[in-house]
Design a protein around this ligand. Structure first.
Ligand SMILES: Nc1nc2c(ncn2[C@@H]2O[C@H](COP(=O)(O)OP(=O)(O)OP(=O)(O)O)[C@@H](O)[C@H]2O)c(=O)[nH]1
Ligand SMILES: [Mg+2]
Length: 346
């Protein structure tokens, strides 16, 4: 999962990046895009790894890109370069400034900044869609395709994000390759002073986040970046002082998995215990394809043990003996925590 940290200059993107990755990138203005990968903590993987003692334990990963808020001529919208960097991401995390930054003029107004970011995304998308529509008309594309792009254009003209359209309303196959920004899943991180670190998102802002089809989360990046740099045992006490129970990364991951509707399944053995990430609702064959395309193409069946059943009975053999191994065909809908063994032939 590739997540881009975006937002206006001085909103704290680099500080959030350090909070999430535990890295110590120098904060300040501008700079290059930085990339950092973190493992998605999962106690189930810790447990499976203890049981199997594999040569290798692999957690799911999340890659953060810190994208400088570079603006084009006279600050009229994001620059072409910044837009391209944002389009490359699978999901976006908009960092909103809710603290006084002496280097940035004016008092913080996170609702205004959210609106401004959304508008920039809408305009950037509209430009692409209008160009695409003009070409489709000129080339006499199928009426259905033209109608779809007209509907997309009208949605954007209306100021609505494309992510709000259901699969029935919009065939996303048409959008592939265009990198439309308002169709990207959006997480809004309200970055504030440590005194308010545990306070909820203001009602009005929360409502706007919801109407944009996004998810919101609060953090206090500068202090949480320091905490992220401490030894694990020390972190908890500092978090509790702020009124928090979990690290910013743990909260972020939970929000992101919820927003993107992601779940994990596992593969186990003496060589490797590993977590894989898929969309909820994916079937066994699609899940097999996450592991390797050969497993998807040559899929025969999957032997599935729900994590809870495995823990209850203690070993794969005990699960088999108890007749609780699930033999899953290609259409089986994978559940969070399924331990899968894919049978395939190529
Ligand atoms: N009080 C407070 N200050 C913060 C917080 N997060 C960041 N800052 C400060 O805000 C300033 C800008 O932070 P950066 O992380 O460099 O912001 P940025 O969004 O990466 O800025 P650009 O890369 O220039 O777009 C720094 O002085 C940070 O210490 C926060 O949660 N609270
Ligand atoms: Mg920065």
């Amino acid at each position: 999962m590739k997540i881009g940290l975006v937002g206006f200059a001085g909103s704290g993107k680099t500080t959030v990046f350090n909070t999430m990755t535990g890295l110590h990138v120098a904060i300040g203005y501008g700079g290059e895009v930085r990339i950092g990968t973190v493992r998605v903590p999962d106690e189930r993987i810790d447990t499976l790894s203890r049981i199997f003692s594999p040569k290798k334990t692999t957690y799911a990963e999340m890659t953060f890109s810190d994208i400088p808020g570079e603006h084009g001529a006279e600050k009229k919208g994001l620059s072409t370069k910044a837009l391209q960097q944002i389009r490359d991401q699978e999901a976006l995390c908009l960092v909103l400034r809710d603290f006084v930054n002496p280097a940035v003029e004016g008092t913080p107004d996170s609702l205004r900044d959210l609106e401004a970011f959304h508008t920039e995304c809408v305009l950037a998308d509209l430009e692409i869609v209008e160009r695409r529509l003009a070409r489709a008309r000129k080339e006499k594309a199928p009426a259905q395709e033209i109608a779809a792009f007209e509907m997309i254009g009208a949605t954007l003209e209306d100021g609505r994000p494309l992510r709000g359209l259901s699969a029935a309303e919009l065939d996303r196959g048409l959008l592939r390759g265009y990198g439309l920004l308002t169709d990207r899943p959006l997480l809004v991180a309200l970055n504030r002073d440590e005194a308010n670190a545990a306070e909820a998102i203001p009602v009005e802002l929360a409502a706007r986040i919801a109407s944009l089809g996004a998810a919101g989360l609060v953090l206090s990046a500068s202090v949480e970046a320091e905490i992220a740099g401490l030894a694990r045992e020390e972190q908890q006490a500092f978090l509790e002082d702020l009124g928090l129970h979990e690290s910013a990364l743990a909260r972020f991951i939970r929000s992101a998995y919820g927003l993107l509707d992601l779940i994990s399944f596992f593969t186990v053995g003496q060589d490797e215990v590993r977590a894989w990430t898929i969309r909820r609702g994916a079937n066994a064959r699609t899940a097999a394809g996450r592991i390797h395309s050969d497993l998807e193409r040559g899929f025969i069946r999957a032997d599935v043990i729900p994590y809870a059943v495995f823990i209850e009975l203690g070993s794969e053999q005990a699960v088999k003996d108890a007749g609780r191994l699930l033999v899953a065909g290609k259409d089986y809908v994978v559940a969070d925590g399924d331990i899968m063994h894919v049978r395939f032939a190529v």
